[in-house]
Design a protein around this ligand. Structure first.
Ligand code: SF4
Length: 291
């Protein structure tokens, strides 16, 4: 397979074939993110993509899931994306699901009709990087989308019946916007009403702009219990129809995997107890956290 540079996928795509159709991220300016900083955004040639597919076609009866990389496959022109998805379905006819990362701007560039067309070609899931529901925070981290962009993009995916897993980031508002970030994220998620939410925890990565701000004391990271309060607030103030809510990424201090609204009371009781005990021993040790 033709993999250029470091590649990333969500934990739940561990058993998927990873197909890189773009290199890097077309935005690449979020202040906390270093994932694709070493890559200039490029779209791979159809020939290269087809060669990858030919290579794995012999295993086609074993490949049920495929994840499109890098950060921003939906930014591709509809005609090119359709051509790629057709090619994927030709070489891997037993695929059940294609998924990808998506940011609000790229999703909003697609019409309802275009998203439905992608769904018909088995693009069934988008990992939607929203990060926060607070405009103050989104602006500060240079996310290139607003709260209402996130909500509208989420609604568009829902209309096309594409499942979405919305990723939000605990701690991204710093101490200053901690509560505002958590409350607004909860109300944004309620409006999006996704099937899945993944709450990750910010890890400051050297060489990012946010890390420099942290070193200069312009950005103060909430402590472990303040991060837990953010998690609690997001769960408490959100209202879902039926959502699998997880906070079990390697970056999180308290692994949580629950169904909302069913498990709301019990998880809030658990988090409250841990906050009241103020016992760091109940949280994941720092050295076991990762990106
Ligand atoms: S967070 Fe997502 S949109 Fe922002 S730079 Fe990183 S990959 Fe690109």
């Amino acid at each position: 397979m033709d993999y250029i540079g470091n590649i990333f996928r969500p934990p739940s795509e561990a058993n998927s074939l990873l197909l890189q159709i773009t290199i890097g991220c077309s935005h690449n300016k979020c202040t906390f993110c270093k994932m694709y900083k070493d890559k200039q955004f490029k779209v791979k040639s159809l020939k290269t993509i087809e060669n990858d597919l030919k290579e794995v076609a012999v295993y086609s009866n074993q490949i049920e899931k495929l994840f499109l990389m890098d950060g921003d496959a939906l930014i591709l022109k509809q005609s090119k994306l359709v051509e790629i998805l057709n090619m994927i379905n030709y070489y891997l006819p037993n695929l059940n699901r294609i998924s990808t990362y998506g940011n609000s701007r790229s999703i909003l560039l697609k019409s309802d009709k275009e998203l439905s067309e992608l769904k018909k070609l088995k693009l069934k899931m988008v990992y939607h990087g929203a990060e926060s529901g607070c405009d103050n925070v989104l602006q500060r981290i240079n996310k290139n989308s607003t709260r209402s962009d996130n909500i509208n993009a989420g609604k568009k995916l829902k209309k096309a019946k594409i499942i979405q897993s919305v990723m939000v980031l605990l701690g991204i508002g710093g101490k200053k916007y901690s509560l505002e970030h958590a409350k607004n994220t909860a109300t944004m998620l309620t409006e999006m009403d996704p099937e899945f939410v993944g709450a990750l925890t910010l890890i400051l990565v050297p060489e990012t702009e946010l890390y420099k701000r942290f070193i200069n004391k312009e950005f103060i990271l909430p402590d472990k219990f303040e991060l837990l309060k953010e998690l609690k607030t997001i769960i408490e103030y959100s209202d879902f129809t039926n959502c699998r809510f997880s906070s079990n990424h390697a970056s999180n201090y308290l692994p949580v995997k629950i169904n909302l609204p069913e498990n709301k009371t019990e998880i809030l009781t658990l988090i409250n107890n841990i906050i009241m005990q103020n016992n760091e021993g109940l949280l994941k040790p720092e050295n076991l956290r990762g990106l």
